[in-house]
Write a protein that binds this ligand. Structure first.
Ligand SMILES: *Cc1c(COP(=O)(O)O)cnc(C)c1O
Length: 359
């Protein structure tokens, strides 16, 4: 038997999830965010399924190049914009659009002569304090873009929400108010919402929304799972039991002997570990599905294997199916046990796993 660990990508769930975005943000165009290899799901595979999107958002040029090489001719926005003036020719040749968030990028654009002006998204920092022009610099940046021959007319206006995953955090309303105030006298398509904005803040929908994580079936909100938000999980990480054994009371389990059997009991060895992208920090008690039933991780996950408590699965046998997250076990739950977020787990899935598509 070859190694049973695999990642399954459910393509019909992807299509379902983008239709859910359409239902929630009816009047808005959708920029589907597929940076970081489509959150670990495979850039080209995901782009092909999301043919219903109005544009794609990626972090940087190489990701966009990959899409164009695969023949994808949809609008593509570089969310971090150009890193250097040298990139602008290629950006123009590939027909990409840029976010402009820093004075250094204004300078690049002002110094270059392009055969055709670039579609530009002016990023405004309304409080996240990552990318974007601070409020007092917005008029200056907007005027310089308007006067720049390398920039197409009809500048898009953009900001990013910092705390929209918390429904009651008043900072989101403040960010919205700041944004609407700063752009009051400016025309142009606007965009604010990430997935959390799409689900929890309808007033953030405006002309364009920018969903990422919800396309992959995961709730961006701290108090719900994707299933509860009407989404379907796209990725399932699965494997099988490769050993089952009976241990005596007080016997230790795994590296560091951090867990001891509270009684005589059955344990199972699962063929996947942190070398596959399972979080090494997942503690004993993290849920795992064996034969579709919940059991728990015991001891530390190792590189290729981990051990589970089979006291509630006395009939379990070598070869039985195991799900680490995905269908039947929300990755939100595993992430929360491991002290991280689903985004990190999805992006961290190792390419050595067999990749299976269905739907
Ligand atoms: C990654 C990203 C998004 C998508 O965020 P999700 O929380 O995954 O929906 C939207 N906008 C920008 C600028 C991003 O970088």
């Amino acid at each position: 038997m070859s190694r049973p660990a695999s990642v399954t990508i459910n393509l019909s769930a992807l299509r379902h999830n983008i239709s859910r975005v359409r239902d929630l943000a009816k009047g808005s165009k959708v920029m589907a965010i597929i940076k970081a290899d489509a959150y670990g799901h495979g850039l080209i595979r995901v782009a092909r399924q999301l043919s219903d999107a109005d544009a794609f958002g990626v972090a940087f040029l190489d990701e966009a190049q990959e899409l164009r090489e695969a023949g994808i001719d949809k609008r593509i926005v570089l969310l971090e914009g150009p890193y250097s003036a040298a990139e602008l020719m290629e950006i123009q040749a590939l027909g990409l659009e840029i976010v402009v968030h820093d004075v250094s990028q204004l300078e690049m654009l002002e110094q270059v002569t392009l055969p055709k002006p670039l579609v530009t998204w002016l990023k405004i920092d309304t409080g996240m304090h990552r990318l974007g022009f601070l409020p007092e610099l917005v008029n200056m940046a907007w005027a310089r873009l308007r006067d720049c021959t390398a920039v197409a007319a009809g500048i898009h206006l953009m900001t990013h929400l910092a705390v929209a995953s918390e429904r009651d955090n008043p900072m989101t309303e403040q960010q919205l108010a700041t944004f609407f105030d700063l752009i009051r006298d400016k025309e142009g398509p606007r965009t604010i919402a990430n997935s959390a904005g799409v689900i929890a803040f309808p007033e953030s929908h405006v002309e364009w929304v920018r969903p990422g994580i919800m396309l992959y079936g995961i709730s961006p909100l701290s108090d719900s799972t994707g299933i509860e938000e009407g989404l379907q999980p796209v990725m399932t990480m699965a494997t099988r039991l490769i050993a089952v054994k009976s241990l005596r009371k007080n016997e230790p389990v795994g590296y560091g002997a951090t867990w001891r059997c509270p009684e005589d009991m059955l344990v199972g060895v699962v063929a996947a570990g942190y070398g596959d992208g399972y979080p090494r920090h997942a503690p004993s008690g993290t849920p795992v599905l064996v034969n579709g039933q919940r059991v728990t991780l015991i001891g530390r996950a190792s590189m290729d294997m981990m051990i589970v408590d089979l006291r509630h699965q006395p009939q379990a046998r070598v070869g039985d199916p195991v799900v680490l997250w995905g269908e039947g076990l929300p990755v939100e739950e595993v992430a929360s046990h491991a002290g991280t977020i689903p985004y990190e787990l999805l992006c961290g899935v190792n390419k050595r796993l067999n990749l299976i598509e269905h739907g």
